[in-house]
Design a binder for this molecule. Structure first.
Ligand code: IPE
Ligand code: IPE
Ligand code: MG
Length: 248
């Protein structure tokens, strides 16, 4: 019996791509009268647990919303702490990624990251490029609207340089201009901390994604909670606009 079946999951109906809005670090800390940054430190532990669990379960693509474009407006001290945590994470997790055959990918306005973080990110992506067990994508300085706008600018540039013609601007070709061009659309979106909103995440890509919201705060989220989310996903009927009868 595989790890997946042992948890009651149907291995034939696993979400290929799971995306997570990791929310609630600040509230986790506040409930313990700790500084918000302690919540982020604990949040990194949850990232480790969920990355490992996803690989064990057999998820092919895991995308984590780690830092939004809007998050730059948080207090300077918090932004700095988050960037330091990201830097440490990249250094500490490289061996684990290689060991587990995990390829690191990133989406967002990456050049806005501090130079040493940006360089470490590119270096880790390069060193894990040959890994094929799972693609872990970190959304950093990411905004869904910015991504769509960037895609439009890329199309205009291709048109002006005659790399494409007007009839090549269509629903099939558009996603190849997005930062997620190498990823399938997410099948399952998990948001922790009980917030029912998308917060500018993967706006184009989530047209038909199944949404799962849990009250659990991100630092408390682990393998058990991930399995619960996937079990819930497996109980859904994805109709993509069709009727139930058409799906049989
Ligand atoms: C998510 O936790 C982490 C980031 C956005 C970087 P929050 O920091 O948003 O936690 P809450 O929402 O304040 O509890
Ligand atoms: C979304 O969480 C961004 C990340 C998890 C990185 P936020 O805490 O920033 O979102 P809002 O402000 O509650 O919408
Ligand atoms: Mg939040």
């Amino acid at each position: 019996m595989t790890d997946t079946q042992a948890h009651g999951l149907d291995p034939r109906r696993l979400p290929r791509h799971v995306a997570i809005i990791m929310d609630g670090n600040g509230r986790w800390a506040k409930r313990r009268s700790l500084h918000r940054i302690s919540g982020h430190i604990k949040g990194v532990e949850a990232v480790r647990a969920v990355v490992t669990a996803s690989r064990e379960i057999g998820i092919q693509y895991l995308t984590l919303y780690a830092f939004s474009k809007e998050n730059w407006k948080r207090p300077e001290e918090e932004v700095k702490a988050l960037m330091d945590l990201l830097y440490d994470y990249l250094i500490k997790e490289l061996d684990e990624m290689l060991h587990n055959d995990i390829r690191l990918n990133a989406i967002g306005e990456l050049t806005n990251l501090p130079a040493r973080v940006y360089e470490k990110l590119l270096d880790t992506m390069e060193r894990t490029r040959h890994c094929h067990g799972m693609t872990l994508t970190l959304a950093l300085s990411y905004g869904g609207r910015a991504e769509i706008l960037h895609a439009v600018q890329s199309i205009i540039s291709d048109l002006e340089n005659k790399r494409i013609s007007h009839d090549q601007i269509n629903l099939d070709a558009f996603p190849s201009h997005l930062w997620t061009r190498e990823l399938p659309d997410p099948d399952l979106l998990i948001r922790t901390s009980g917030e029912y909103r998308i917060s500018n995440f993967l706006l184009w890509q989530m047209a038909y994604t199944e949404i799962y919201v849990t009250e659990t705060l991100w630092p408390d989220f682990g393998k058990k909670e991930l399995i619960e989310a996937i079990l819930d996903y497996q109980s859904r009927e994805r109709r993509f606009g069709l009727t139930s009868e058409q799906l049989i």
